[in-house]
Design a protein around this ligand. Structure first.
Ligand SMILES: [Cu+2]
Length: 130
């Protein structure tokens, strides 16, 4: 009798396992994606910002995150002080010194909640101020 019920619950568990995975929406298994940044992607701004912010559509892991700002010559210009907002772990940011006019590239790499690494880049331009 006892053996029978163990067998039964194992089967039930396997069944629930398969049902759960077959009906889970795709979105629940997707990686984090960048949804917003400051400065905005491909924007031209007239004043050097104090920091660069990147937001994702979901919380990202605090381990192994990286964010870097490069000038057009490929030299890293940020202050290497990446932070993650405590109350909103989908937001990471890094401070930058006052930047001269140039086109800058922001590169990011984070680990999604689903453990996959996500990386990307975008540009922004600091225009000549007159
Ligand atoms: Cu993923």
């Amino acid at each position: 009798m006892a053996r029978c019920s163990i067998f039964f619950s194992m089967n039930l568990l396997m069944c629930l396992f398969f049902i759960t995975f077959s009906i889970l929406p795709e979105a629940a298994l997707a990686h984090a994606v960048m949804v917003k940044s400051m400065p905005e992607k491909d924007s031209t701004i007239s004043k050097s910002p104090k920091q660069v912010d990147v937001w994702f559509n979901e919380h990202v892991r605090s381990a192994f995150k990286s964010l870097a700002v490069m000038n057009s010559a490929g030299k890293r210009v940020d202050n290497k002080d990446i932070e993650q907002e405590i109350l909103d772990p989908s937001h990471i940011y890094i401070s930058i010194p006052r930047l001269p006019p140039d086109t800058y590239t922001v590169r990011y790499r984070v680990i999604s909640a689903d453990t996959h690494a996500v990386s990307g880049k975008f540009d922004f331009t600091v225009a000549e101020s007159d």
